[in-house]
Ligand binder design. Structure first.
Ligand code: SF4
Length: 408
């Protein structure tokens, strides 16, 4: 089974008002030491791993595009001398459109990074200003053109809807402008107000007029319809991708689906490196120290070398062994997000040794009765046998959390 690798780059030029990711502004001086610590962590975990094939790598953040091409190169060299990359490995970075240059993009493309994801969020200047993003939409247009010239033919644009005072018309304009840029992949997430962020505080004081839930639902439904009409396959609740082939089956993914994220949604193993990074491998769920300084200290000046079974590292601060119950419940939560393929009874049975209706009879019956789950027959029989497939209905996609709660 192939493995995925996530690397967290927790630096940003400015902290956006809605963001609660583990990221810090004004600490760019620590980037060189941080890169050394990342390489140390890769070598440490790698020395405890058996030979492993890696088929996706994802630099997330934060703003990975703040690293230099040379720094990416040294991290990738550490990875490729520790793990075996598959020939077609997907290697992605997240980038802020305001932090790239033609030289940097060409150099990182040459170092092997073959997918880029720009955090666009909106095409509306006022909305971008309110989100405290450092770019405007012209910067996005330029960034996309620069990425194409640098040789990126797999490009994602990230959007947020349900913004304060956002109208349906403004959201429609954003979608139209984004589709005009012809990205291979589009993500659209509803704004969530996170505790501890400026948006969270302003909202609790009644200073942030969010669209009502019905309007946010209309925005989502418009995105579903408009993106599908424009050739994007809706393969995950918040993700759409183009397909090189004529997309025709409920059992496969479109060719430009993000293979790294599919690893998460299929509950398959991934290693995590970097401050606050979360991983899942060898039966463990684990996470690293959050703070940049602590992370660097733990890797570069460790106080002890007590035994660390694979995949734990000197930076791991939380870890637990998964129970069968944890794994089954997470499998449902993750796989049901895949709106086109859902959960096949045969796959669940293969992985856990029991059928879906043996483990979740009441939950499934209720969700189907309430119109949140539907049952289909798989179009791609395995070993000559078809299987029941459980997928979210259109209503279920809007009320995903209600569905997921039933499996926790
Ligand atoms: S650029 Fe992205 S990661 Fe950084 S603060 Fe803004 S939303 Fe958060």
């Amino acid at each position: 089974m192939s493995l995925s690798i996530y690397l967290h780059i927790p630096f940003c030029k400015h902290r956006c008002a809605y963001c609660d990711f583990n990221t810090y502004a004004g600490q760019e001086d620590s980037i060189p030491a941080y890169v050394n610590a990342l390489i140390r962590e890769i070598e440490f975990v790698g020395s405890r791993a058996k030979q492993m094939n890696v088929h996706t790598v994802f630099f997330g953040g934060g703003t990975p595009s703040l690293l230099s091409a040379l720094q990416f190169d040294s991290i990738l060299k550490a990875l490729s001398s520790t793990f075996t990359f598959t020939a077609d490995a997907e290697i992605s970075i997240e980038a802020n459109p305001g932090t790239i240059s033609p030289e940097k993009l060409s150099a990182i493309r040459k170092s092997g990074i073959n997918r880029i994801s720009f955090g666009v969020q909106s095409a509306n200047t006022e909305e971008l200003r309110m989100l405290e993003r450092i770019h405007d939409f012209f910067t996005v247009i330029e960034a996309v053109s620069t990425a194409r010239k640098a040789g990126f033919d797999n490009l994602n644009l990230d959007l947020i809807y349900g913004l304060p005072e956002q109208t349906l018309a403004s959201w429609q304009t954003t979608l139209h402008r984004i589709v005009d840029l012809h990205p291979e992949h589009i993500s659209a997430y509803a704004l969530t107000l996170e505790h501890g962020t400026p948006f969270g505080r302003w909202s609790s004081k009644g200073l942030l007029p969010l669209p009502d839930p019905d309007l946010a639902a209309e925005m989502y439904e418009y995105a579903e319809e408009f993106l599908e009409t424009n050739g994007y396959v809706h393969y995950e609740i918040s993700n759409w991708a183009k397909d090189k082939n004529q997309y025709s089956t409920i059992s496969t993914q479109p060719s430009y689906a993000c293979r790294h994220n599919l690893q998460y949604w299929r509950s398959l193993p991934y290693l995590a490196f970097g401050a606050g990074a979360h991983g899942y491998a060898n039966g463990y769920r684990y996470s690293n120290a959050l703070r940049i300084k602590t992370y660097i200290e733990r890797l570069l000046h460790p106080s002890s070398f007590i035994s660390h079974p694979f995949p734990l590292s000197l930076a791991t601060v939380n870890q637990h062994k998964q129970t069968l119950q944890d794994d089954m419940s997470e499998y449902m939560l993750n796989n049901l997000r895949l709106t086109n393929v859902g959960v096949a009874d045969s796959d669940f049975r293969l992985r856990f040794g029991s059928g879906l209706l043996d483990v979740y009879p009441k939950e499934i019956e209720e969700l189907v009765k309430n119109g949140l789950l539907e049952i289909k027959t798989s179009e791609a029989p395995k070993n000559g046998e078809t299987s029941e497939v459980y997928r979210l209905t259109k209503r279920g996609r809007l009320l995903g959390n209600q569905v997921f709660m039933r499996f926790v």
